[in-house]
Design a protein around this ligand. Sequence first.
Ligand code: SER
Length: 601
Amino acid sequence: MAPGQLRKNFFDFFEKREHQIVPFSSLIPDDPSVLFTTAGMQQFKLYYLGLADAFKTVHPALGRAIGSQRATSIQKCLRTSDIDEVGDETHLTFFEMLGHFSFGPRGKDEPDDFGVGGYFKKASIYWGYEFIKEVLGLKIDYVSIFGGEDNLLTDEESEKFWQEIKKKKGENFEIKKFGKKDNFWGPAGESGPCGPNTEIYVKGVEIWNAVFNQYEQKKDGSLVLLKNPGVDMGAGFERILAVLKGTTDVYQTDVFKPILDILPDFNLRDRRIIADHLKASVFLIAEGILPSNLERGYVLRRLLRRAILKIKRFDLDDEIYHQLISRIIEIYKDVYPEINHQEVILNVINEEKIKFFSTLNKGLKQIEKLKTINGKLAFDIFQSFGFPLELIIEETKNYFSLTDEQKKKITEEFEEELKKHKEISRAGAEKKFGGHGLILNTGEIKAASQEEIQKVIRLHTATHLLQQALRDVLGNEVEQRGSDITVERTRFDFSFSRKMTVEEIKKAEDIVNQKIKEDLPINFQEMSESEAEKTGALYFFKAKYPGIVKVYYIGSSLASAYSKEFCAGPHVKHTGEIGKFKILKEEAVALGIRRIRAKVE
Ligand code: SER
């Protein structure tokens, strides 16, 4: 089945069952507890928690409320947790997830109930079966359910519905029971909805995962029952394409094979890694992320450098990048038009390649000179040259050999160093930084320097000025829809119905620079949410700031301030510290939503 046909079949099936098709969201979620969108449910977290209302809250991409307790999407996702598995048949960093979602309160929970109310285990288990078996014609190997663990009970309801289906449809697949590790999902990030899940296996591969969100996990790890339990089903798009082709190898599908075909017939694992990592990089660069030593930029750097190194090893010339990137764009540009920027993407990759080779040479010299390596040294090299441990170990091969035992020891020592370092950076930067989470919590870290932190703070204040300037120029239709700040730039998404003219962009930029010139002070006042609202301060998602809120204002008093926003900070003390503000790009992200990228110098 062609990828487009699978997308269509999936949407048709759930649209018929009154699910609202919701566009995919950005790979960079508006949720400080996660780095990337790792699942389709990410954009619906607030609906599960009862903080957004499917009938009232305006959904940013739709420009109106969802209008049903049921939604469906195909979401681009990025996960680094499986990065070490990439290269086998089924693991990927970038992938797409087919999803169907229900946010209570519940309707009838019957598979023939085609209304707009929520549903739960029965309807979703039946629909999963019908879609996999009756629409796609796949044979189910077995299914799994949560078998209970600690004080959480076996999911007997799910078991009952699967038994019912087996009987009615004359199926004889096994219903396996597993513990928390396999059949209890979530939350995405530090906290949020989670619950027992049921999975469908075809050809031994998990292709369907319906999570029954019964709980909210709090930051301290405790579970609280959700008032309205929901369903969050995620199915691996590439895996389904593969099993439809009669294989378990996702790299044989139409979203991978054309990429692999460009690469000469060397080591299959490496070809897969190159294809996966470059694809993920294309999508990250298209989100405005640039390689750096921090958070998302560091993930991109790592993916890119690994691919670059492998390409170099196989002695391929630079033309290969051109071929690979244009092939990736070709495969996806109709579904994800944001990646259709070949030249920009190739430029970013090329610059990174130059930087990488220069540090690579320095790092290699170091290893060559020392004739030995231990975890501490590896960490120093990682710190000074941004050289990941696995690459260091791989590279040492050229100079001396290491036994598996030695490698293990080096890795342990390295992790130890990393942990120490992380604690130091946490104590410093993260506390100060609260929401912006400058430090990765995945082990892929480098600490933010004081200078980098300051840069992000300057960009943060500039973003407040930008929002007000946009409202001055374009009117109050402008409302924040998202924002992301890295050391390189700020990215601001806002509601507005058309492309901005060159003059309007210039005007907004001038206003921000004028306010910087006026060197206005920035202060905040804490007050109750309702008082804060009365001041006219702007807020992005009010529900995110319960109880007492901080209102940051730019100007000599709250009453006379140029800009007022609900915000947790931090900000510069005076706008003069921001430096020169420059808008780099204005573009569409979704219907009625525009995106500006800007920098400060
Ligand atoms: N959130 C679940 C997953 O990622 C189902 O969508 O598998």
